[in-house]
Design a protein around this ligand. Structure first.
Ligand code: DX5
Ligand code: ZN
Length: 234
């Protein structure tokens, strides 16, 4: 993972891309200027949807050198951590709402492997649920939609309530980054930027865009314009 840029990073979620051409769609996002690839793994238990697993990630690892951010919306992240590490994920983020005993060991396993460990909170889950894991985290992923599907509406109230708070929470721990995920697009970029977000996950807004390169650039510019005053590097 590169050092944090002064500007926000854009991570392309491939959930709603043309999955029949996943490798090409990943390369298309890279060519359009995204910084990361966000891989939404769903098991049909933790969320009411089923996507792809570690073997698919392993297969497309050779499609790009961009960092792979795995977002595991699965009930048993502890059971599968090693498979996603071996598949080449640079960071693995799972949900704090899963059964507790597996959380700390899984975060530790990810870090032992030299990758970034993250926890995600659903819209209704307070940031305080992360307190017990403060020293084990590199990433906090704030969901601004209910996890399970792309193309949903951005929850601005959740962003306002959590993004700046997550940044303060992480900064106190000296950890790495706050990510926002769900409904990000040009129209919601300012709210996201005001929250000081480090990584913006964008799915349908990129893969539905007529010009993905222009969309990446305009979202990044709008986030950064709002982010600079927040971070004092105006
Ligand atoms: C939803 C996923 C998100 C989603 C983002 O459960 O975690 O990554 O795919 O897609 P958009 O940007 O369309 O909301
Ligand atoms: Zn996601």
């Amino acid at each position: 993972m590169g050092l944090r840029r002064p500007g926000a990073l854009i991570a392309a979620s491939v959930l709603d891309c043309d999955l029949a051409a996943l490798g090409d769609e990943i390369r298309r996002a890279e060519d359009a200027g995204v910084d990361r690839i966000h891989l939404d793994v769903m098991d049909g238990h933790f969320v009411p949807n089923l996507t792809f697993g570690w073997k698919t990630i392993e297969a497309v690892r050779r499609a790009t050198a961009l960092p792979f951010d795995a977002h595991l919306m699965i009930a048993e992240p502890g059971r599968w951590t090693d498979k996603f590490l071996d598949a080449g994920c640079d960071s693995i983020t799972f949900h704090v709402e899963v059964a507790e005993p597996q959380i700390a060991p899984s975060l530790g396993r990810i870090r032992e492997a030299g990758r970034l460990a993250g926890l995600s909170v659903k819209p209704g889950t307070p940031l305080a649920s992360l307190d017990a894991y403060r020293d084990l985290l590199d990433i906090v992923l704030v969901m601004t939609v209910e996890p399970g599907f792309g193309g949903q509406s951005f929850m601005a109230d959740v962003a306002d309530a959590k993004l700046l708070a997550a940044r303060a929470w992480l900064s106190a721990s000296g950890a790495f980054e706050v990510q926002v995920d769900g409904g990000a697009k040009l129209a919601t970029a300012a709210v996201i930027g005001r929250g000081g977000t480090d990584v913006v996950v964008v799915g349908s807004a990129l893969y539905r865009a007529d010009d993905m390169t222009a969309e990446v650039a305009s979202i990044r510019a709008a986030v950064d314009a709002a982010r600079r005053p927040t971070l004092g590097d105006a």
